[in-house]
Design a protein around this ligand. Structure first.
Ligand SMILES: [Mg+2]
Length: 165
């Protein structure tokens, strides 16, 4: 069960101060897109996300987008932010994390992954052996499949009260 537990939890990605990563000796952060940086399939970037990315870069933290969504969705979004990206990442499979580490030349212990889904993002981070950070989804999905996933996530999170912030 512990593979489903995030190492840390926050409400929004932009509520995590760059210093937090420095204190935890994290130099590379892999970012989910949908419902983490913006709402699902939204090409616009919220101002808060833009500001947070600029602050992170100023603090010397490298960012890379790691998304399961299609390249047509992910690449223009990453370009808008001036970030590198890996689309079709197939999280929870860990190959995207490995590729990101190779691309940026960093060890796993310096990496974190942030996302809004336990069964893709958090499981991926935990399987890869990097720091996993769960944020609340920016908007709840309407599709039945997602509703079922969110219900299952609530069961996991109820068991994991330890690290609530
Ligand atoms: Mg997501």
């Amino acid at each position: 069960m512990s593979l489903f537990y995030p190492c840390y939890r926050f409400r929004r990605i932009w509520e995590i101060a760059p210093e937090w990563f420095t204190v935890h000796q994290i130099s590379v952060v892999l970012l989910d897109v949908d419902n983490t940086l913006t709402t699902h399939d939204n090409p616009e970037v919220p101002d808060e996300a833009r500001r947070w990315i600029a602050q992170m870069q100023k603090a010397g933290i490298k960012l890379l987008i790691l998304s399961n969504n299609r390249p047509e969705r992910v690449e223009p979004f990453a370009r808008k932010l001036g970030l590198g990206c890996i689309a079709n990442a197939a999280k929870p499979l860990t190959r995207g994390v490995r590729r990101a580490g190779e691309r940026l030349g960093v060890q796993k212990r310096e990496m974190a992954l942030i996302g809004d889904q336990i069964f893709t993002d958090i499981l991926c981070g935990n399987l890869a052996g990097i720091v996993s950070i769960l944020v609340e989804p920016m908007e709840l999905e309407r599709f039945l499949f997602f509703k079922l996933k969110r219900a299952a996530e609530r069961v996991v999170l109820r068991r994991d009260r330890r690290k609530e912030l």
